[in-house]
Design a protein around this ligand. Structure first.
Ligand SMILES: [Zn+2]
Length: 302
């Protein structure tokens, strides 16, 4: 039996074929398809409050302020530690949805299937890990080229064979979707405390790496076609993090690229669930089926 859903699909096809107008056009968000490439700079431990008033000695991060849209008060998820929040950034799901509650999470061994060793399975249900933004991208367009570089081994759990095309080899292939993770700011925080001179030295060195990558994008001729995103998994205080407070929970959300407003301060509620949907949207792809974050539409010129 066709059922209501089937009847609606038939009607939609009829409309497309005979009237040239699709009955169910997908609503497209601002910025949809505005970029040919997206790169996410993931700066481990770079709390939003530590970026405030620091742009004067961060020339490359400062470009996001002059040429893009920014907030230092986006929010991460509890607990404010790395694995749940990198999983959130990479999947567009919070810990309750991704099933990654803490840094001890490891992929399940499939016995029983789809059950992690100590927690709930992801709502995406399929496979051993929650659905990543790169899997969501490839499921819509198999030609999307994905590159990931991570400096914390845990992230490798989310680097899927056959989905991520290049691990640790980014620029020579001009990937469409890139994620680069820098660990050194978090390491400096744990060793010398958040906000210490050594912490800011690490921030400055990451700013330098970002500058080198931006130069490589210029050289490759893709700078003007790229949406650049900079964020973090959490901040910190003293020698650690994990708490529910401003220094741990506020993270930067910086965007720069085609159609992105320049010198714009983001005022809407933004979380680390929003980066994956925003990245896919910029590439002309729809958010993954299980993503609960939103496209940060206010960054775009209308
Ligand atoms: Zn840490």
């Amino acid at each position: 039996m066709l059922g209501l859903r089937g009847a609606l699909v038939v009607f939609a096809v009829y409309q497309c074929v005979f009237s040239g107008v699709c009955a169910f056009p997908r609503v497209q968000s601002s910025g949809f398809g505005s970029a040919k490439h997206v790169i996410i700079f993931g700066c481990d431990g770079f709390g939003g409050m530590y970026l405030e008033n620091a742009t004067s000695f961060l020339p490359n991060v400062n470009k996001f302020y002059t040429d893009g849209a920014h907030t230092t008060r986006a929010r991460d998820q509890m607990p404010s530690v790395s694995a749940p929040n990198w999983a959130t950034i990479i999947t567009g799901m919070g810990p309750e949805e991704s099933g990654v509650p803490d840094n001890d999470w490891v992929p399940p061994d499939d016995n029983p299937p789809n059950v992690t060793v100590h927690a709930l399975p992801p709502i995406s249900g399929k496979g051993k890990i929650p659905e990543t933004m790169w899997r969501a991208a490839k499921s819509q367009d198999s030609s999307v080229v994905v590159a990931v570089t991570e400096s914390w081994d845990w992230i490798y759990y989310l680097v899927e064979d056959g989905i991520v095309d290049y691990n640790f080899r980014c620029m020579e292939h001009k990937p469409d979707l890139m994620f680069i993770h820098f660990l050194s700011i978090d390491e400096a925080g744990h060793a010398y405390s958040w906000g210490s001179p050594q912490y800011y030295d690490a921030v400055k060195s990451v700013d330098g790496y970002i500058g080198e990558i931006m130069t490589a994008f210029h050289t490759a001729g893709i700078y003007n076609d790229t949406l650049f995103i900079l964020t973090a998994d959490h901040g910190g205080y003293g020698f650690g993090h994990g708490q529910f407070d401003e220094v741990c929970m506020y993270i930067p959300a910086l965007f720069m690229g085609p159609q992105v407003k320049k010198g714009y301060q983001i005022s809407g509620y933004t979380t680390d669930k929003d980066f994956a949907p925003t990245a896919l949207n910029a590439l002309g792809l729809h958010p993954g089926e299980y993503m609960v974050g939103k496209v940060v539409e206010e960054i775009y010129e209308t």
